[in-house]
Design a protein around this ligand. Structure first.
Ligand SMILES: CC(C)(COP(=O)(O)OP(=O)(O)OC[C@H]1O[C@@H](n2cnc3c(N)ncnc32)[C@H](O)[C@@H]1OP(=O)(O)O)[C@@H](O)C(=O)NCCC(=O)NCCS
Length: 240
């Protein structure tokens, strides 16, 4: 269902938690403030989908509409979140949807629900009269190899030709097409005090820091009191 059909379930849909080991520092993304809280659900409830188990939301997919420009910008998630906000402010009619988040309740993971969410998202996009669905996919498994370039990780395949990464594999199995790497898709720049609080790490050395849950290294400047994280994602398009 979508929140346009069941507005009463908004709180429960947004209360579906992330796994306990999810990185806290992603909340430091400035761009994500544009779409924080239930703003997307208030404005575009038809683009927030959820799966119910006996009436209780157990998975969600959140999308924003935008007018397609260059199809797959290198600044991925951040860029499309800004485009969606700009289009809404300027009254520009959208023709595409971009997924910002897909989450399955930790107690319901590894049961194949993510592809059901993807199918529901495609249906919602079609019902909203939009012609395409694009996703800057964040493969959480990449955190195991933070120093490997995303371009190498994303295109690694198994013997059967499907992506080696399980989350990318799910998208491809669901009919998604890998379009390329969004090399600077999500960024977090913050003073070292914030990084220390988010991670419990010292951030007391200049240079590159490997942070649990990060898909890429964090660049640290002790002298200038900030660290910057630039995360690559993988552009995937789904037919609707
Ligand atoms: C990513 C996520 C949506 C996957 O949902 P899910 O319903 O658990 O996934 P599925 O059961 O459909 O499994 C999809 C594939 O991933 C694999 N998989 C799922 N969880 C896995 C894990 N923890 N480790 C390794 N592989 C895993 C499955 O085996 C399956 O691959 P296969 O069919 O080729 O075997 C879910 O883990 C999640 O909500 N994570 C937190 C939020 C997040 O990171 N979202 C993605 C970025 S927005």
């Amino acid at each position: 269902m979508t929140l346009a059909e069941r507005p009463d379930l908004g709180s429960a849909v947004y209360a579906i938690p992330y796994p306990a080991d999810s990185p806290r520092f992603m909340a430091g993304s400035l761009t994500s403030l544009l779409v924080r809280g239930r703003r997307v659900a208030r404005r575009w409830p038809e683009l927030v989908v959820a799966l119910l188990d006996r009436g209780v939301p157990v998975a969600r997919g959140i999308m924003v509409p935008f007018r397609g420009r260059e199809p797959f910008p290198a600044r991925g998630w951040d860029e499309v979140a800004v485009w969606a906000a700009e289009d809404a402010l300027d009254g520009v009619a959208p023709d595409a949807a971009c997924a910002l988040e897909i989450a399955v309740h930790p107690g319901y993971q590894q049961r194949g629900l993510s592809s059901v969410v993807l199918a529901a998202m495609r249906d919602a996009v079609a019902a909203a009269g939009l012609s395409s669905l694009v996703i800057p996919v964040r493969p959480p498994g990449k955190a195991a190899v933070p120093l490997l370039p995303m371009a190498e990780y994303a295109f690694a395949v198994r013997r059967d030709g499907l992506p080696a990464d399980p989350w990318l594999r799910t998208h491809v199995r669901a009919g998604g097409r890998i379009e390329g790497v969004a090399s600077c898709s999500a960024t977090v720049q913050a003073p070292l005090a914030s990084w220390r609080e988010w991670t419990g790490l010292g951030f007391d050395r200049e240079g590159v820091a490997v942070v649990p849950g990060a898909l890429a290294p964090v660049l640290v400047s002790v002298v200038h009191d900030y660290a910057v994280y630039v995360e690559a994602n993988v552009w995937v398009s789904h037919r609707v």
